[in-house]
Design a binder for this molecule. Sequence first.
Ligand code: NIG
Ligand code: FE
Length: 407
Amino acid sequence: MSELLLTGISQAVTPFGMGPKHGAAMGQLRMIQQAAIAVDAGVISWIGPERDWRGNAESVIDLANRAVVPGLIDPHTHAIWAGDRLADFEARSAGATYEEILAAGGGIWHTIRETAKKSSEEMAALALPRVQALQRSGATTIEVKSGYGYTLEAELRMLEAVRLLQQQTHCQLVPTLLIHLCPVERAEREAYREMVCAELIPEVARRGLAHTVDIFVEHHAWSAEDARIVLGCAKAAGLSIKLHTEQFQRVGGLEMGLEMEALSVDHLEVCSLEQCELIAKSKTIATILPGVSLHLGLPTAPGRALIDAGAAVALGTDLNPGSSPLFSTAAAMGLAVRLNGLTAPEALSASTVNAAAALGLSNVGRLEVGMQANLLVLESSDWRDLPYTLGHNVVREVWVAGRKQAA
Ligand code: NIG
Ligand code: FE
């Protein structure tokens, strides 16, 4: 006897379960028409054509001819911040660039000044409606980075805030320590790096506040050489690593990240075709963030070329106040099809199974027996409405671990 049976599913659509998807496989989906899904203890216990179901269920819910896809996974967000960046938005629309604003001490520095003042309770309260918006858009697993704390204490408060947030939502939050900006002066930068390596990373590892360290490698942030040292410390502390890299300029972050076996390299707006080939030869996931290209008017990451080369591409919102105020994981899929050349099935793989791999997770992102029962019931009987529709939410119901979430 199963606890729950979902019937009346016009199509149950899922990527295959082969771990990180490479190249051609990303575009292949399994589609079961007129499907049913059984759930026990929060896990999918049966999936197949409804006419093949032979069991019994305590409770049966008819989804009335609607499509079902796996819950989406947003593998890259900065959902905790204070203050706003509306003045930057206005200045940029009048011609200033993101990098100029940052170099002048504004932009990310402004958000750090605002965020670092807050308690972890205040940070969590600011972030909760953002996480809820992502969940309503279909995200059932959401990565949340620190990086606007800057000091040891404020970075720890940001990660504590993710813990508090986790108590207030059923979707799964994955905390990441982001080593975001650094002092411009060399001596100060070395002292800050030393603090990160000797105090911050060990404390985060000791308290289990995050399992991954991310670093921003860019002309106005960390050099590849400094980042290599920081990421080496992270690995020595038993943490996995990822990078913000090739966003504005190529300063060696991508090659270093691949060499250090990063879980993912994120952004890639200026990634060259040769670099696509390098990623394809590695186990590292290429995470693209189309909201950034849209909001900052940057080149678009070469999603098509990455997949054609055989790289595993994941997709995220990069929700943050400065470069991507995109509060919808489903909209990121829609943008990736339009801006990065992904097909609709590739966008679904990028937002599910590959996004899970970018977070080191393997129990979410697919509709398959044994996977956590995280799924979306769409308004439509055709799943393609999810990447197709812009400016309207076609996600009707969000289920996490076999439980329907309040809208
Ligand atoms: O992913 N590029 C660096 N960090 C963030 C933006 C943060 C911000 O602008 O506040 C990003 O784009
Ligand atoms: Fe980011």
